[in-house]
Design a protein around this ligand. Sequence first.
Ligand code: HEM
Ligand SMILES: *[C@@H]1O[C@H](CO)[C@@H](O)[C@H](O)[C@H]1NC(C)=O
Ligand SMILES: *[C@@H]1O[C@H](CO)[C@@H](O)[C@H](O)[C@H]1NC(C)=O
Ligand SMILES: *[C@@H]1O[C@H](CO)[C@@H](O)[C@H](O)[C@H]1NC(C)=O
Ligand SMILES: *[C@@H]1O[C@H](CO)[C@@H](O)[C@H](O)[C@H]1NC(C)=O
Length: 315
Amino acid sequence: MASSLSVLVILCLAASASAQLSPTFYSRSCPRAMATIKAAVTAAVAREPRMGASLLRLHFHDCFVQGCDASVLLNDTATFTGEQTALPNVGSIRGFTVVDNIKAQVEAVCPRTVSCADILAVAARDSVVALGGPSWRVLLGRRDSTTANLSLANSDLPAPTLDLANLTAAFARKGLSRTDLVALSGAHTIGLAQCLNFRGHIYNDTNVNPAFATLRRANCPAAAGNGDGNLAPLDTTTATVFDNAYYTNLLARSGLLHSDQQLFNGGATDGLVRTYASTPTRFNRDFGAAMITMGNISPLTGSQGQIRLACSRVN
Ligand code: HEM
Ligand SMILES: *[C@@H]1O[C@H](CO)[C@@H](O)[C@H](O)[C@H]1NC(C)=O
Ligand SMILES: *[C@@H]1O[C@H](CO)[C@@H](O)[C@H](O)[C@H]1NC(C)=O
Ligand SMILES: *[C@@H]1O[C@H](CO)[C@@H](O)[C@H](O)[C@H]1NC(C)=O
Ligand SMILES: *[C@@H]1O[C@H](CO)[C@@H](O)[C@H](O)[C@H]1NC(C)=O
């Protein structure tokens, strides 16, 4: 009786331990994993600074759909539809070639050991660091899905047309707080957006700096279908530096997306935007903490899922 009880206790401990991510998950099984990923990310960002933004966004778009399980990386096949053609992703999400290249290098040093979901989490952190932003200890031990979900990608990834209440609700559904929403939106201090995603904001919203609207209208015609893919920086001041200028832009009503400016529009998040604009150390700390929280969304652990051999297809 006593021994069967202790077996049960040990089994329960093992189950809960395997459900817990850890910063040292690969320190014995693949001690070179972190350095291999970092070198590849640093090289890719040096080649093209925007790639840092694209890799950061990939982790977000992974975690918000079925959890952080690399589902976003799966290609469509004849019998399987992935997430890449979902509205928030199609013609927009990028970085797959870089991830495939990182995975090939990691497989070369440690075969069948490091998940694609963990590669995305580490690459997001290394991208932020490569562009001058804060660092944090990435938790590891995620495994890769054997499925993807197009309809969940359409429903769970927030649209740039959402108001503050809807953004707050979309994050709350993933267990993320209003502070997480405001801090993580600071990711828009890097990267680019297409005209079709900010046209309504610069032509029709009232909470926009007129000079900023004029500047962005110059390369984003009012008529739908004209210049839809024309790009503008999400951070109008320092697009390739991970700093807190996103928030100073919001104070100047120069957020590019409707959803960005919603964070400073007379509502409950105005105070936090002011804090991050004035105190970069607070932003850096909260951003790292929020990235860890986002990285904890429903991971597959233990014997769930698999370690994919190539990130774009199931084994
Ligand atoms: C709060 C809700 C959010 C909305 C509505 C949103 C929406 C968008 C949109 C519409 C774009 C431009 C896509 C395009 O035009 O091709 C974009 C780009 C981007 N987003 Fe977000 N986003 C949100 C939150 C986040 C979060 C939480 C992160 C990461 C932590 C993030 C990281 C990025 C990055 C880095 C880019 C630029 C990507 C590139 O240049 O390749 N976003 N986002
Ligand atoms: C996608 O997720 C929805 C909601 O959880 C579920 O009803 C549906 O069966 C899933 N589709 C696939 C292809 O897994
Ligand atoms: C946005 O939120 C309002 C209530 O605050 C709700 O009625 C509406 O359905 C939401 N819209 C979306 C697209 O979620
Ligand atoms: C602005 O709003 C009007 C009225 O709703 C709409 O007809 C027009 O298409 C909008 N323009 C843009 C650029 O979104
Ligand atoms: C997934 O799609 C990309 C882009 O079409 C392609 O380069 C890559 O080889 C594909 N992966 C597999 C495993 O077929």
